[in-house]
Design a protein around this ligand. Structure first.
Ligand SMILES: [Zn+2]
Length: 246
């Protein structure tokens, strides 16, 4: 079989089998009286930076306790078998990277990164992962101040009301335009504008496969639908694209 170029569009269902706590799972203890929607906004951060920074530090600490699953591994394996593989994910976790995928675009940012809210400066090592031992249930933590302008560091995730990062969006579109096959894994097909990418792919004439345990808003529009988990779907895909023998 010849080499193929895949684009994987992945969402929450991709990481579900790893046990990644969802957005709402983080709303325990101190945060139980908040809605995720009211914590994950620029306004919430300006109002109480220590509350929001503490919440994201808690979520980052939870992420570091889980591992990539067979679905993440399967995507990385396709690249190891010589195929071109781009991953365009809505997930803020780093499980694709930890599984070995190298071309990963994060449409909604990354939980383990942060930047100055005012000038965009970053710091090494990233302060959002530094001394990550939040108390059980989390707590207030004052975000570090930027050494350039003094502004507070914020999580590098896309909050409600914010635009997607332009470079990541463009990279995703370019990958789709260049690929042979698009595989959608574990997305609800509801979160815009990311949900429009499979439809863009269809308009470009790319075959789209959806892997989801349950049908989504997208299912009526795809070429092929496999009703299964990410790990089962990737196992089946790997059978379709066996290793090269020389
Ligand atoms: Zn700054």
């Amino acid at each position: 079989m010849s080499r193929s170029h895949f684009v994987f569009l992945t969402g929450a269902g991709m990481s579900a089998e790893s046990g990644v706590p969802t957005f709402r799972d983080g709303l325990t203890g101190l945060w139980s009286r908040f809605d995720a929607e009211t914590l994950a906004t620029p306004q919430a951060f300006r109002r109480d930076p220590a509350l929001v920074w503490g919440w994201y530090r808690w979520r980052a600490s939870q992420l570091l306790q889980v591992q990539p699953n067979a679905g993440h591994d399967g995507i990385a394996e396709l690249a190891q078998r010589g195929h071109r593989v781009n991953v365009v994910t809505q997930n803020v976790d780093d499980l694709h990277e930890r599984a070995g995928s190298t071309k990963v675009v994060h449409l909604h940012g990354e939980l383990l990164r942060s930047r100055c809210i005012d000038c965009g400066a970053r710091a090494e090592p990233d302060p959002i992962t530094l001394n990550l031992h939040p108390p059980e249930g989390g707590g207030h933590e004052t975000p570090p101040a930027c050494t350039v302008c003094g502004g507070p560091f914020r999580p590098d995730v896309v909050w409600f009301g914010e635009a997607l990062p332009e470079a990541e969006w463009e990279a995703g579109m370019e990958a789709i335009a260049a690929c042979d096959r698009v595989v959608v894994v574990g997305t609800s097909g509801l979160v815009q504008p990311a949900a429009s990418l499979p439809l863009v792919a269809r308009e470009m004439g790319k075959p789209v496969l959806e892997i989801n345990p349950n049908p989504s808003a997208l299912t009526p529009s795809v070429d092929d639908y496999w009703p299964m988990t990410a790990s089962a779907g990737l196992a089946r895909l790997l059978q379709e694209y066996p290793p090269h023998t020389s």
